[in-house]
Design a protein. Structure first.
Length: 524
C-alpha cells in the first residue's frame, strides 16, 4: 500500500494518510507510537546500565565489566534487528509481545542477578545470558515500530521522528540513572520500575487499538504489571534474601545510599560491616587492624596535635587516635554521611568506637576525599588513610601519585602518614605499588604488616617528608601493638619482600588491574 492509498478492509489505520505534499495530520495513535520509541529507548538503556553497574559491583573492575556488558548488549541488539526481517505480518502484535517479554525479563533482571550471585558457580553465565536476551529483544523494538509506521509517514519523516525520540530517550536514561534512580531507588527497584514502563506501552497500545486477537497479550501484560508492582514494593525483601544467602549471618542493618550498600551482620558476638559486599571489619579482631593503622604513625610524631583521618567513617581509627592525649583536633573526611551518622547514633556501634565521633575534638566532614584534599590548605601532624581496597577505578584514584602529592602537601614538618595498602602476602605487587607511588610523589615510604585473622596478613605503609623517626612510647591500654610488635612489623620475609612495581597514575590505574588479578588467584 502506498503512502496515499486507503487502508485495506480489516487493517487498523495507525496514522491518518500522509502524502509527501499534503500536511501531515497525525492521530493520537501515531503520537503514541512515537512516544513509545522514547519509552522503549529509555528502558533499553536503563537495562544496559543496570547490567553494567551490577557487573562492576559484584565482579569489580568497572571498566572491564562495562565494556564487556555494553559490547555484548549492542551485539545482541544487532541480532534482534537482523531477526526483525523475519516478522512478515502482525507487526503490532509482535511488538506488544516483545514489550511484555522485555518488561518481565528486563524488569526482574537486577533482582534475579542479585539472587543468583552466590548461588551459581559462574555468575557470568546468567549475567551475559540475560544481557543477550534483553539486548536481542530491545533490538527488535525500533525496526518493528518503523515497520508499523511505514506507509503512514513519508520515509524521511518517519526515520527522523523515530530516531529523534529514540535518542532523546537514551539521553533521559543516561541522566536519570546516576543522578536519581540509583541514589534514591536502588538497582532492584529501578529495574522493576522500568519494566513497568515497558509493559505500560504494551497495555496502552492494546487499549488504543482494540483488537480481539490481542486479548491474550492484554492478560499477559496485566499479570506482568502486577508482578512488577509487587517486585517494586518488595525490593527490600529481595535484597535481604540475596544478602542472607551471601553473608550467612543475621543481618542487623542494610541500607543502600547514593554511594554504597551498607550491611551489618552479627553471629554470636561477632559484628561485621560490609560495604558493597566487601568485609570492612570484624568486631572480634578489628582492634588489631586499627591499632596497626594508627599507632606506628602517631608514635613517630613528636607532638601529634592535629590529625587527619581519610575514610574510616566507622570511627574505629578515630577511637585509636584519641588514645593519644596530645591530640587536640581530629578531622575525619568520609564520603558517605549515612556511615558517620550510623556509627554516631547507634548505641551498639558508638560503643564499639568509644563514642569517638561524638568527641568535641572530632570534626566530621562528609566529602569526596580527592576533591577535599585539593581544596585543603591545612597542615596535619599525622594523616591516616583508611580507604577501601583499590578494587575499582573510583577508589583507585585515591592511591595515585596525584593524590599522594596532595597528601605530601598536607603533612606538617615532622609529620607521618599511614596508608592501608592491602595484603603483601596475597597481593604483593599491588601492595608494593603503593610504596612506589608514594615515593614518586616525593615521600619516603616504609612498609609494615600485621596479622588480622579476618583479612590475613595485612599491609600498611608509613610515609614522611624526611627520614622516619624512631617510635616513641605507645599509649596505655592497647591490646595488640607493643614496642616489640612494632619493631617486628617492619620485617618482610622473602614471600612478601619488596619487588619492582610501577607507579599508579590517574591515566593508567595500574594498581586496580594488579589488585584484581592477584586477588582473583587467591579467591580461585
Amino acid at each position: 500500500m502506498g503512502p496515499s492509498s486507503p487502508a485495506r478492509a480489516g487493517e487498523g489505520c495507525l496514522l491518518h494518510v500522509t502524502t509527501p505534499t499534503g500536511p501531515a495530520i497525525e492521530t493520537r495513535t501515531g503520537w503514541a507510537l512515537l512516544l513509545s520509541a522514547f519509552v522503549v529507548a529509555t528502558c533499553g538503556l536503563v537495562y544496559e546500565l543496570l547490567a553494567g553497574t551490577l557487573a562492576s559491583y559484584l565482579l569489580g573492575d568497572s571498566v572491564t565489566q562495562f565494556s564487556t556488558v555494553i559490547g555484548t548488549y549492542l551485539f545482541a541488539m544487532g541480532i534482534g534487528s537482523w531477526c526483525s526481517r523475519y516478522v512478515r505480518r502482525d507487526e503490532l502484535r509482535v511488538f506488544v509481545r516483545v514489550e511484555v517479554l522485555i518488561a518481565a525479563i528486563g524488569g526482574a533482571s537486577a533482582a534475579v542477578l542479585f539472587l543468583l550471585f552466590d548461588r551459581v558457580d559462574d555468575f557470568r553465565l546468567p549475567l551475559y545470558g540475560l544481557v543477550l536476551v534483553i539486548g536481542a529483544l530491545v533490538g527488535l523494538e525500533i525496526p518493528l515500530l518503523m515497520r508499523i509506521l511505514e506507509g503512514r509517514l513519508e520515509f524521511g519523516d518517519l526515520v527522523a521522528k523515530v530516531l529523534t525520540f529514540d535518542y532523546i530517550g537514551a539521553l533521559a536514561a543516561s541522566l536519570l540513572f546516576p543522578l536519581l534512580l540509583v541514589p534514591h531507588l536502588g538497582l532492584i527497584r529501578t529495574g522493576f520500575l522500568f519494566g513497568f514502563f515497558n509493559v505500560a506501552v504494551a497495555i496502552a497500545l492494546i487499549l488504543m487499538l482494540p483488537d480481539k486477537r490481542l486479548r491474550g497479550e492484554l492478560w499477559a501484560a496485566i499479570l506482568v504489571s502486577a508482578a512488577l508492582i509487587a517486585g517494586f514494593f518488595g525490593a527490600e525483601r529481595v535484597e535481604r534474601a540475596a544478602e542472607v544467602a551471601a553473608y550467612g549471618d543475621t543481618i542487623l542493618y542494610a541500607k543502600s545510599t547514593p554511594y554504597q550498600r551498607i550491611v551489618l551482620t552479627k553471629r554470636a558476638d561477632d559484628l561485621r560491616l560490609y560495604l558493597n559486599g566487601n568485609l570492612q571489619f570484624s568486631s572480634r579482631d578489628e582492634y588489631r587492624y586499627h591499632e596497626a593503622l594508627v599507632h606506628p604513625a602517631l608514635s613517630r610524631v613528636a607532638n601529634p596535635r592535629d590529625v587527619l583521618v581519610l575514610g574510616g567513617g566507622d570511627g574505629l581509627a578515630v577511637r585509636e587516635v584519641l588514645r593519644h592525649q596530645q591530640v587536640s583536633s581530629v578531622t575525619l573526611v568520609d564520603l558517605d554521611p549515612a556511615m558517620t551518622q550510623l556509627f554516631t547514633a547507634s548505641g551498639m556501634l558508638s560503643s564499639l568506637n568509644g563514642e569517638a565521633l561524638s568527641s568535641p575534638k572530632v570534626r566530621v566532614v562528609n566529602a569526596d576525599a580527592f576533591r577535599w584534599m585539593r581544596g585543603n590548605r591545612r597542615k596535619f601532624d599525622a594523616i591516616l588513610v583508611d580507604f577501601p581496597d583499590p578494587s575499582s577505578f573510583s577508589i583507585g584514584k585515591l592511591y595515585t601519585v596525584t593524590f599522594y602529592r596532595e597528601l605530601a602537601r598536607a603533612l606538617a614538618p615532622g609529620g607521618v602518614a599511614s596508608i592501608q595498602s592491602t595484603s603483601p602476602l596475597a597481593a604483593p605487587n599491588a601492595y608494593w605499588t603503593v610504596s612506589s607511588t608514594l615515593e614518586a610523589a616525593g615521600l619516603r615510604a616504609q612498609g609494615y604488616h600485621a596479622l588480622v585473622p579476618s583479612f590475613g596478613e595485612w599491609g600498611f605503609v608509613l610515609a614522611s617528608l624526611g627520614p622516619l623517626p624512631a617510635a616513641r612510647a605507645l599509649p596505655a591500654g592497647l591490646r595488640f601493638m607493643t614496642p616489640e610488635s612494632d619493631r617486628l612489623a617492619f620485617y618482610f620475609p622473602p614471600d612478601m619482600a619488596r619487588r619492582a612495581t610501577p607507579v599508579n597514575r590517574l591515566d593508567n590505574q595500574v594498581l586496580v588491574r594488579t589488585f584484581e588479578a592477584e586477588w582473583a588467584k587467591v579467591e580461585g
